[in-house]
Design a protein around this ligand. Structure first.
Ligand SMILES: Cc1cc2nc3c(=O)[nH]c(=O)nc-3n(C[C@H](O)[C@H](O)[C@H](O)COP(=O)(O)OP(=O)(O)OC[C@H]3O[C@@H](n4cnc5c(N)ncnc54)[C@H](O)[C@@H]3O)c2cc1C
Length: 298
């Protein structure tokens, strides 16, 4: 029996040779051997069990806005937690539950429609809930950890589990789920009552700031490097004269030097070469070591 038949016997809709660049904001990446878009926790559990039994590596992606796939793709199964797993609901006591495939933007808009505040700084981050929890995404002095009550996730034994905010070990672009390869299935957000129009005004303000500073017209994965202590990665890259520097079709944005943009047919090799060039130039000229924030599927 082929691997695909094993998945299909378990009633899992697994596709073969799926082009990853279609799912990633950088628009780079070869094919995934196997690809599934589950719509519930049980399908994720089954996909993992089967992948393990077939000796296939598996990888999770959300909205693909912080992920680089290599040009030769992924040998294994990609589990895409997206629109099919994206329910958002209001619970008691001003708590919103969102499945991990929900877009952060939609959760922010839902909160605003319910007159619930707290998520505004996150509005405009092109993340899924799962990706944002995994990365502890943040902007404008806010991080997702500021509003998380608890997180449901699948642990390394393929069991559904739950952790509180404190147990989630959130730090700057860091979480427990990153260390333990936990698959986030849902998050609970504890919010505060406020006037819907005031919430909307703050969301609009954060979005405007983003649009004025970021090269949103080009494919990118946002800020490529983490913020080093006591400095900003984009300022260091700028000081080193690297704005506009390109390797083939991957270029340091002139609008925001932290963003590496794909201006045509950029490859993962170009991207990695440029990351390495920036790393060594900034280190040589300033003494700062820039750590990549972007995650590589490998
Ligand atoms: C234009 C632009 C602007 C951006 N601005 C910001 C910003 O202001 N602040 C910020 O923090 N980031 C920003 N980013 C980066 C990115 O949006 C965040 O890192 C976001 O949290 C990634 O979410 P995602 O769903 O796209 O994750 P993906 O790129 O799909 O995945 C990122 C990582 O999370 C893992 N992952 C995804 N879903 C799950 C899950 N359910 N369970 C476990 N692991 C999972 C993946 O395996 C991968 O390692 C920006 C990106 C772009 C393109």
């Amino acid at each position: 029996m082929t691997n695909l038949e094993v998945f299909s016997n378990a009633k899992l809709d697994v596709r073969k040779n799926v082009q990853l660049k279609d799912y990633l904001s950088l628009k780079i990446g070869g094919d995934a051997d196997y690809f599934i878009e589950p719509s519930n926790v049980s399908e994720i559990n089954q996909a993992i069990d089967i992948a393990k039994s077939l000796n296939l590596k598996y990888f999770v992606i959300g909205n693909g806005s912080n992920t680089l796939a290599l040009d030769y793709g992924v040998r294994g199964l990609v589990i895409y937690l997206g629109p099919k797993f994206s329910k958002i609901e209001l619970l008691e006591n001003n708590i919103i539950k969102a499945e991990s495939g929900a877009l952060l933007k939609d959760v922010c808009m839902f909160a605003q429609s319910q007159g619930l505040s707290g998520m505004e700084p996150l509005y405009g981050i092109p993340a899924s809930v799962g990706g944002a929890i995994y990365m502890n995404a943040g902007a404008y002095d806010g991080e997702i950890k500021d509003v998380v009550l608890s997180v449901d996730f699948i642990d390394e034994n393929n069991q559904l589990n739950s952790l509180s905010n404190a147990e989630s070990d959130f730090g700057y672009r860091h979480s427990y789920y990153m260390d333990k390869a936990g698959i986030v299935t849902a998050a609970y957000f504890k919010l505060q009552v406020d006037k819907a129009e005031d919430i909307q005004a703050r969301m609009d303000d954060f979005l405007n700031r983003r649009e004025s500073k970021q090269p949103l017209e080009w494919p990118s994965a946002g800020s490529t490097f983490k913020r080093p202590n006591f400095h900003y990665a984009s300022a260091l890259i700028d000081i080193c004269g690297l704005k506009g520097y390109a390797i083939n079709d991957i270029k340091v944005s002139e609008k925001h030097a932290g963003f590496l943009i794909n201006v045509g047919c950029g490859t993962s090799k170009d991207f990695i070469d440029l990351v390495n060039h920036i790393h060594s130039t900034v280190y040589a000229q300033t003494g700062f070591k820039l750590d990549p924030e972007i995650q590589i599927l490998k």
